[in-house]
Design a protein around this ligand. Structure first.
Ligand code: CA
Length: 229
């Protein structure tokens, strides 16, 4: 699943420069040149990261930052601004910006920041307390897993496997990725450990219930989703 960015910047040359930078690392971009349009777009779409210029026509960056943050407490917002504009920077922080980048900036610096936030954005269990998919709920504070109102008892490894899968519903996780994330092993183990754990998890999460949530994509890996991907 590719990541998406919204670029809110009225200088069209700079906006296109940002688009090509982010596209070069596989991020899909939407570009908007006007504050009011950006307000509307963010009301109806969600993004993995937002790059926000402060000096914008119709609705200014600070106000926009405040509005976006009031609707989405999670999305990383990186503010683009002139170096001298310290007051606006502080104000944007107050209204929920996560970081700044000063114009003019180096492409590498911008990409480094964006990459950090995109990774952090997906590491939800630290910030989010509960996650749902269909009638399945995980409570990260209590480590309780509930499906259809019934409590399911998982071992710590089963729990971390489920947590990784549920980070990005519909995304196929390869065995190598699961080995790295759940077992801290940086390669395909060559054993059937992962198959065994997926099957253990299925017996608890799926088997007693009508609808299957854990799916296998033969040759690719596993995912969790309401419908077969
Ligand atoms: Ca501007």
């Amino acid at each position: 699943m590719s990541k998406t960015a919204l670029i809110i910047e009225d200088e069209t040359t700079l906006a296109e420069h940002l688009r090509s930078l982010l596209s070069s690392v596989g991020v899909e971009c939407n570009v908007v040149h006007d504050g009011a349009v950006a307000d509307d777009v963010t009301m109806h779409n969600s993004y993995d990261i937002i790059l926000l210029d402060l000096q914008l026509p119709s609705v200014g960056g600070i106000e926009l930052c405040k509005r976006i943050r009031s609707r989405d407490s999670n999305v990383p917002i990186i503010v683009l601004t002139a170096f001298s504009d310290l007051d606006s920077k502080m104000l944007a922080f107050d209204y929920g910006a996560d970081d700044f980048i000063s114009k003019p900036f180096h492409g590498i610096e911008l990409l480094a920041k964006v990459t950090v936030f995109l990774k952090r954005h997906y590491r939800q269990p630290d910030e989010v307390q509960t996650v749902h998919i269909a009638d399945l709920e995980i409570d990260y504070r209590t480590k309780n897993v509930i499906r259809g109102g019934k409590r399911i008892s998982l071992t710590p490894k089963e729990f971390s496997l489920l947590s990784v899968l549920i980070e990005q519903p519909g995304k196929i996780f390869s065995k190598t990725e699961l080995a790295r994330r759940v077992w801290n092993v940086g390669f395909d183990t060559g054993t059937n450990t992962i198959e065994v754990y997926v099957s253990l998890l299925r017996n608890k999460i799926d088997k007693p219930f009508g609808v299957k949530l854990i799916h296998t994509k033969p040759g690719f890996g596993y995912c969790i989703a309401e419908k077969e991907p």
